[in-house]
Ligand binder design. Structure first.
Ligand code: ZN
Length: 114
């Protein structure tokens, strides 16, 4: 089983970067956690957001956020619509379910015949 974070939304921010003080390089990214194994794929409701700067290539951690950045992030969080949490069953699962069903059916038939 492995977990994946997939990017759902990217917003460029107008704020100055707390690291390089450049403007227009900050990107706020919303990521949603997806769990996947051989049998199913599940979109969780777990959201992570991070900010990085395209100019200095730094990740801007929450400790470095200014009040302005915090306000913007809060606003963007409210405006953000995550993908709805759901689970998809993969083909492999259906094959196993079908096989199990056939085996059970075969056993039942054998018992009835004998
Ligand atoms: Zn920067």
């Amino acid at each position: 089983m492995h977990e994946n974070l997939i990017t759902v939304k990217e917003v460029s921010l107008n704020n100055n970067c707390p690291e390089c003080y450049g403007k227009g390089g900050l990107m706020l990214t919303f990521k949603q956690k997806v769990i996947e194994n051989q049998l199913y794929k599940s979109i969780t409701s777990e959201i992570e957001e991070d900010i990085h700067c395209n100019k200095c290539n730094n990740i801007i951690y929450p400790e470095r956020w200014t009040d302005d950045i915090e306000r913007i992030v809060e606003y963007q969080q409210k405006a953000f619509t995550p993908m709805s949490a759901s689970t998809y069953v993969k083909k492999m699962s259906w094959i196993i379910i079908t096989l199990a069903f056939i085996i059970v059916l075969a056993i039942v038939l054998l018992v009835v015949i004998i």
